[in-house]
Design a binder for this molecule. Structure first.
Ligand code: FAD
Length: 164
């Protein structure tokens, strides 16, 4: 079956509460896994930027649902293309907030002073989402390593104690 990539930008709804984002991510990860959809969602004060990839029918159907969601406004398609492979294959929905990103990275993809998803070309949007997803992956890998480190340390201590 054909794999498609869909990229869109949207504005935040005025009344979007603080819990709304968490709920969107939770439901996205749950649904996307079932639908065979992968991708990334970026939240910025100027709006959302999302990339969805997967079977054409599933991506189309999901986008129809997303467009009707009152938690955002003016969803605007930046790209819809048939692609040879997935680029976000490990993510049911990677999630990144621009306030967690370095200003230099945002500047790299901004034509103006402020990062605005609506001003990105399809290629810029894709490269930006790939770059920030890689950062997220590196961050998660470091966290995992740090979590394992104390366990390794105490295992080394135990084995030294046994040798003594
Ligand atoms: P449930 O989450 O159980 O919701 C049932 C219904 O209630 C849906 O119609 C839903 O739209 C509505 N709803 C739920 N909470 C609220 C709320 N707080 N305010 C208003 N209406 C609400 N969904 C995905 O599956 N995958 C995605 O990748 C994805 N990305 C999204 C990106 C953005 C920027 C936004 C705003 C939404 C996104 N959604 C995504 C959510 C999507 O629009 C649908 O809400 C969701 O797919 C419905 O899932 P569900 O049928 O399991 O219903």
């Amino acid at each position: 079956m054909k794999i498609v990539r869909l990229v869109y930008a949207s504005r935040l709804a005025n009344d979007m509460g603080p819990d709304a984002l968490g709920k969107i991510i939770d439901v996205s990860r749950r649904n996307n896994q079932k639908l065979g959809i992968t991708g990334a969602l970026c939240y910025s004060p100027r709006g959302f930027l999302q990339i969805l990839e997967g079977p054409a029918d599933a991506v189309n159907e999901l986008y129809r649902r997303i467009v009707q969601d009152p938690r955002h406004a003016k969803p605007t398609l930046l790209e819809f293309a048939v692609v040879p492979f997935r680029e976000f294959e490990s993510w049911s929905m990677a999630y990144i907030r621009t306030d967690e990103l370095a200003a230099a990275l945002l500047h790299k993809y901004s034509s103006g002073k402020l990062f605005d998803p609506f001003r990105l070309s399809p290629e810029q949007a894709r490269f930006f989402l790939l770059a920030i997803t890689q950062l997220r992956a590196n961050h998660l890998a470091r966290q995992e390593q740090a979590a394992r480190a104390p366990a390794r340390k105490s295992a080394r201590k135990t084995s030294r104690a046994k040798k003594r």
